[in-house]
Design a protein around this ligand. Sequence first.
Ligand SMILES: Cc1cc2nc3c(=O)[nH]c(=O)nc-3n(C[C@H](O)[C@H](O)[C@H](O)COP(=O)(O)OP(=O)(O)OC[C@H]3O[C@@H](n4cnc5c(N)ncnc54)[C@H](O)[C@@H]3O)c2cc1C
Length: 385
Amino acid sequence: MTPFLQEHEMFRRSLRELVGREIAPHALEWEAAGALPRELFRKLGEPGFLGVRLSEAHGGSGLDFWSTAVLVQELVRCGSIGVAVSVLAHAEFATKVIDRAGTDELKELFVGPAAAGERIGALAVTEPDAGSDVGAIRTRAVRDGGDYVVNGTKTFITNGSIADFATTAVRTGGPGHRGISLVVIPTDAPGFRKSQRLRKIGCHASDTAELSFEDCRVPARYLVGPEHGGFKLIMQGFEGERLVLALICCQQMRLMWEEARRYGHERKAFGQPLLGFQVWRHRLADALTSIEAAEALTYRAIDLYVRGEPCNQEISMAKLFAAEASVGVAHGCAQIFGGNRYMEEYAIGRLQRDSLAFSVGAGTSEVMREIIARTSGLEPREGAR
Ligand SMILES: Cc1cc2nc3c(=O)[nH]c(=O)nc-3n(C[C@H](O)[C@H](O)[C@H](O)COP(=O)(O)OP(=O)(O)OC[C@H]3O[C@@H](n4cnc5c(N)ncnc54)[C@H](O)[C@@H]3O)c2cc1C
């Protein structure tokens, strides 16, 4: 049974048309360029595709996460995973938290223009010495009159080189997670520096950069939520981000599976199509079973999330399973291509490389397992030896 309602399917149809017309024909160009063009954000913003989950008062449509799921699924169909990564890093990761916890002024300045695709956002949490351990970040923001003065470095930041603002985790207080705040820093603020794009092995259409702040001044009123309340906001934001990545993995697996099935019917060896060999029918049957299982876990987590129920464990399971499954499915689907799996002109090799990012981004598989362990009574009991 599909969880999508008629309104979601209408949204899907208009988005699919735009993806076919404006995105799929250019996806490989953007893969080669290493980033999306700014115009794409405007083209997606104008009909309302970037603001699906943002509040109506600030240019969004106020829809639920199922609409975000449609957005992810249809963007991935263009064949470039980087397109979905970059668009969702902007609309969901960088902007949703401002919409949820920012002041009206911040929403006017950043949420409205982000929904319209006029200002591009990035979420900047990870640092060279602090990734999984968000509570260890060192980028410091010190109050000076009406400003914060920010010093530090962020790395692996999606949209880092094309962003107009970075929703940034900074240390405003003491050590640990209680000293962290979130602040929106416009990328033209004095002292804000972007590195060259980092050279990745996949997801090429989404650019990734290092950001540094050298006595970078930002108005203190650009704080999102309460001072020292950033850790909680980041953790809440991770729920949506992890669901997005689980959805990307599911749809990417479907793309790879369809490619493998097509090739298996067309390519002949020893006088018969490859799918004439039981080994390939079984391998693709296993792959399809993994895809269905990943999607079922992901849809269950989304259902709980949309209904506002506690779902940290279910989201972690969905992200863990989908990310790990996509690596296995990618290998199985690529192998049927023989030597062609290793050739750039075949999408399968690119999709396989892209699949490696998802057991790391928005929390690694090990971090997901830790959350599942913690929420299911697996931690050692006090006093146990
Ligand atoms: C393509 C890409 C895009 C990204 N985009 C963004 C972005 O837009 N914004 C952003 O802020 N960050 C982004 N990141 C960074 C990403 O969130 C981090 O890479 C991730 O959180 C892991 O941090 P780390 O790389 O520092 O690894 P580390 O934290 O150093 O971990 C290294 C290894 O140790 C393991 N490990 C760590 N702690 C534990 C533990 N307690 N128990 C067991 N194992 C552990 C990890 O699972 C991992 O295998 C991106 C990363 C990639 C690859």
